[in-house]
Design a protein around this ligand. Structure first.
Ligand code: FAD
Ligand code: DHB
Length: 391
């Protein structure tokens, strides 16, 4: 099998890349080891930055997002039993975010690629990437028990944190930067209308909690839990009780609505960057190259920014200008490191580290008070959260 760009992974990064290349007349094949249904229902992120919504819209895959997603003009910070609203447009010169689930972006992109006659091979597992220092790299893959080879001009690994892309770079060239956190998130999906109009990020003595949403009838909530938590330890009642306690306001003026929980899972938290993001004819994008803890809502957005940059670079190379492709890793890493810092900052500001002292806790509260009282302090949160256009 032969194509111009061999893409490994049908997550948001691989699918958007394939779509953007198609719009510019460049053929690709996407290899995905899971089946379509699995890819379309894997519960993950929900916040789309202003600029990323614009990328989806301007490439013709934003129609359902604009119809069914929610535009949010702010978030609420809760701490010490009090609330503070962060007003995005007022602080950023008009930017906002879109609440639209990653599952829906993946469904929209798969549908569009298939309508456009694209080749998405599900249940096709890439097993090796070869010849990346030549101009004819290859991806070996297995499908239905049969081994095959995809011959290409470029290989892009959008195969997530556990894929084969990152380990196919020469190990002596790779530098890894990472940090782990002594907690994870227990995420739930519940058939109950959201108890708020905007997302709530809550710092409490009992740990962090986040109230998000998927529709007018479905809520998405997260709880900070110890790193080795087994979901079986958390009955539905225990989850609702703990969420209610963490969101509680001092004046008792807010209550959390409860409903049937339809999905429960624990996600570990880590910060991770692997540099460089390319070598020879192999390029990495999204979680294959970097991970952020989810508190800043940046993982999905970074993955889509990477492939937007890479698609433009591949189009420029096709038109005879190899410069943007040569600079891809350096250009992508500037945004990656900004998001790494913001995600680390939001995480350490809002979570209770079991090893932290009372001194550390007082610093967190002081910083939250500063955000609530200083426009300058809040502006940097709003700029990073809605996405920085200039990075
Ligand atoms: P992925 O979505 O991971 O896609 C990679 C694809 O490659 C997968 O479909 C995989 O099956 C496929 N693949 C892997 N290896 C191979 C192979 N050898 N051959 C073929 N295919 C292969 N971000 C947030 O902002 N908020 C959140 O709440 C949040 N929650 C998350 C929860 C979990 C459990 C995880 C893992 C991530 C979460 N993230 C969250 C991060 C966000 O979802 C990711 O940053 C985003 O999915 C990255 O997209 P991607 O396309 O780079 O990778
Ligand atoms: C969601 C996930 C996040 O990590 C976040 O910061 C905000 C919202 C969500 O899944 O809706």
């Amino acid at each position: 099998m032969r194509t111009r760009v061999g893409i490994i992974g049908a997550g948001p990064a691989g699918l958007l890349l394939s779509h953007l290349l198609h719009l510019n007349g460049i053929d690709s094949v996407v290899l995905e080891r899971r089946d379509r249904d699995y890819c379309e229902h894997r519960q993950r992120a929900g916040v789309v930055e202003h600029g990323v919504a614009e990328i989806l819209r301007s490439s013709g895959v934003g129609e359902r997002m604009d119809r069914e997603g929610f535009v949010h003009h702010g978030i609420e910070l809760r701490y010490d039993g009090k609330r503070h609203r962060v007003d995005f447009p007022a602080l950023t010169g008009g930017r906002d975010v879109m609440i639209y689930a990653q599952t829906e972006i993946v469904k929209d992109l798969i549908a569009r690629r298939l309508t456009d006659g694209g080749t998405l091979l599900f249940e096709a597992e890439a097993t090796a990437i070869e010849g990346i220092e030549t101009d004819q790299p290859r991806v070996r893959f297995t499908r239905g028990g049969v081994e095959d080879v995809l011959e290409c001009e470029f290989v892009v690994a959008c195969d997530g944190f556990h894929g084969i892309g990152r380990s196919s770079l020469p190990p002596e060239l790779v530098q890894v930067f990472e940090k782990s956190y002594p907690f994870g998130w227990l995420g739930i999906l519940a058939d109950v209308p959201p108890s708020c109009d905007e997302l709530i990020y809550a710092h409490s003595e009992r740990g962090f909690a986040l109230h998000s949403m998927r529709s007018e009838h479905v809520s998405r909530l997260y709880l900070q839990v110890p790193v080795d938590t087994d979901v079986k330890e958390w009955s539905d009642e225990r989850i609702w009780d703990e969420l209610s306690a963490r969101f509680a306001l001092r004046d008792g003026s807010w209550t959390l609505k409860r409903g049937p929980i339809t999905d429960k899972s624990v996600t570990p938290m880590r910060s991770f960057v692997s540099e460089p993001m390319s070598h020879g004819r192999l390029y990495l994008a999204g979680d294959a190259a970097h991970i952020v803890p989810p508190t800043g809502a940046k993982g999905l957005n970074l993955a889509l920014h990477d492939v937007n940059l890479l698609a433009k670079a591949l189009v420029a190379a096709d038109a005879g200008d190899p410069g943007p492709l040569e600079r891809y890793s350096e250009d992508a890493l500037r945004r990656v490191w900004r998001a790494e810092h913001f995600s680390y900052w939001m995480t350490t500001l809002l979570h209770r580290d079991p090893a932290a002292s009372e001194f550390d806790h007082r610093l967190q509260l002081s910083h939250l008070e500063f955000l609530a009282s200083s426009t300058a302090a809040c502006t940097q949160l709003a700029e990073n959260y809605t996405g920085l256009p200039q990075v």
